[in-house]
Design a protein around this ligand. Structure first.
Ligand SMILES: Cc1cc2nc3c(=O)[nH]c(=O)nc-3n(C[C@H](O)[C@H](O)[C@H](O)COP(=O)(O)OP(=O)(O)OC[C@H]3O[C@@H](n4cnc5c(N)ncnc54)[C@H](O)[C@@H]3O)c2cc1C
Length: 447
């Protein structure tokens, strides 16, 4: 089927990885994105890419773009810390230093990753195309329709349009995505000598998790990049990275600069009822009002957040469904298996899907299998691992509002048990080793 043409809805993480992979394999592909420009519509700040995601990017991106991806990652965290709300360290695990481009954990700015993935794809991505519905044609093709009255026809329609997928709503109307009952507020704080001084060294150089009473949770990341406030490569960066970043056009669209990122969450009933409608300064106020007993330095960081960077997220999860009969419409990433950020693997799973689907479509290109066989083989593999990740993520870190952690009395006991677990793990070398091995193994399991 040498004339295979693939239509992808959504220029997000999974859709763009697939588009690169198909183009690299000589398969015709077009991506349709609802946003009007390449800088619109990125929510959230950091994404942790693990060996599974790196592997997919390595296989799908042209080599130079993969090198730009690794050069534009933030410095890797050196510790995983567990803190109390009074900023006492319960555990601090040094993370192994690993510079391998694939078998390592990478801290990536979402906006930077988006710009990397859009690089060199001007002829493939069509902006301002909000998908509305599709129709199947008598000749076996499928046509996607857009809100601006235009349409596009191809042999395969891939839904890569994220959690609210319009394609899924038409194709698998019984597939549900539901709120988990947890809300998060996230914001960025500029790194200045003052804000830097508010974080102990291990916290500044690591990823830190604060588990607090009432099921409150906060994650802290510090993102430091190889370029400065003016977008100029920082002094002392190695020649190769400096050259790659220097000539990468994507930086022109990317306003990412060094920042501290906090993400505060709790069960929805603990927030004001209108929290999802609040913005900026009001959200900052909500977090401050909910955390009167937190350490003053942590509260100062809540206060120091750039109001324009504050946004609320209702954490959502998909409800697993039984496999369906494969057709010339398929799905990847959040469009099919939205998961909570509990394990930080949603983007990695979307990337894995892209790599897998690409492999099966290469077999179609080569005449080794039919398109429907290829889609069937992709879905037979993707559905089980995708929904397994959904279940694992929901069970993690209190991202499910029904978790006992969020209940009034039992929550205290769960918090105490959690702290005892981390204290013991921190102090007993065998437990420490096992904890770190399990963490690494989970995140590398699919690479
Ligand atoms: C707070 C938070 C933290 C997270 N942290 C991590 C992490 O550390 N590691 C990790 O692996 N994952 C993480 N995730 C999950 C990750 O962000 C998602 O799983 C990932 O972005 C999914 O990629 P995708 O390509 O499926 O969808 P998206 O990246 O959401 O892309 C969907 C695209 O489709 C477009 N679109 C939507 N509707 C239409 C339409 N009708 N027509 C045309 N285009 C449309 C959108 O504009 C968007 O560009 C986190 C999620 C949250 C909420």
């Amino acid at each position: 089927m040498s004339s295979l043409h693939v239509i992808v809805i959504g220029a997000g993480t999974g859709g763009m990885c697939l588009a690169h992979g198909l183009r690299r394999a000589g398969i015709s592909v077009a991506v349709y994105e609802r946003h009007r420009t390449r800088a619109d519509g990125v929510y959230g700040y950091r994404v942790g890419i693990d060996p599974t995601g790196n592997h997919a990017l390595k296989e799908c991106l042209p080599q130079e773009l993969f090198d730009i991806y690794t050069a534009t990652c933030a410095r890797a965290p050196a510790y995983l810390n567990v803190l109390t709300e009074r900023r006492k360290t319960i555990a601090s695990f040094p993370l192994p230093e690993n510079h391998d481009p694939v078998d390592s954990e990478r801290s990536v700015s979402r906006m930077t990753l988006r710009q990397v993935l859009l690089t060199g794809m001007e002829d493939v991505v069509h902006f301002g195309k909000a998908f509305t519905h599709y129709e199947r044609n008598g000749d076996g093709t499928v046509t996607a329709f857009f809100a601006d009255g235009t349409s596009a026809t191809g042999d395969l329609l891939v839904a890569a349009d994220g959690t609210g997928s319009r394609v899924r709503k038409q194709y698998l109307p019984h597939a549900e995505v539901k709120d988990t009952g947890v809300i998060a507020i996230s914001a960025k704080v500029e790194v200045t000598p003052r804000t830097r001084a508010l974080l102990p060294d291990e916290v500044f150089n690591g990823i830190s998790l604060t588990f607090a009473p009432k099921g409150q949770f906060c994650i802290w990341h510090v993102m430091e990049f190889k370029w400065d406030r003016d977008g100029t490569v920082k002094h002392g960066i190695g020649g190769n990275d400096a050259e790659l970043i220097g000539r990468w056009p994507g930086l022109l669209y990317d306003n990412t600069r060094d920042y501290i990122n906090w993400g505060f969450s709790a069960s929805a009933d603990k927030f004001p009822p209108d929290v999802m409608d609040l913005r900026g300064e009001e959200l900052r106020r909500v977090v401050l009002d909910m955390t009167p007993t937190w350490h003053p330095d942590m509260r100062e960081l809540f206060e120091a957040a750039d109001p324009g960077s504050c946004f609320p997220i209702a954490i959502r999860t998909s409800v697993p469904i039984a496999p369906w009969k494969s057709t010339n419409v398929t799905l990847l990433g959040d469009a099919v298996h939205t998961m909570t950020p509990g394990h930080g693997v949603g983007a990695n799973t979307a990337l894995r899907d892209a790599m897998l689907l690409r492999r099966h479509l290469v077999a179609v290109r080569d005449g080794a299998r039919s398109l429907l066989d290829a889609v069937g083989a992709y879905e037979a593999e993707m559905i089980p691992y995708g929904f397994a990740r959904v279940a694992d993520s929901l069970a993690q870190n209190g991202t499910n509002g029904a978790d006992p952690l969020h209940r009034p009395f039992v929550g205290r006991a769960v918090l105490a048990a959690n702290r005892t677990f981390f204290r013991a793990t921190n102090h007993i070398p065998a437990l420490r080793r096992k904890f770190l091995d399990d963490l690494t193994a989970y995140r590398a399991a699919d690479a």
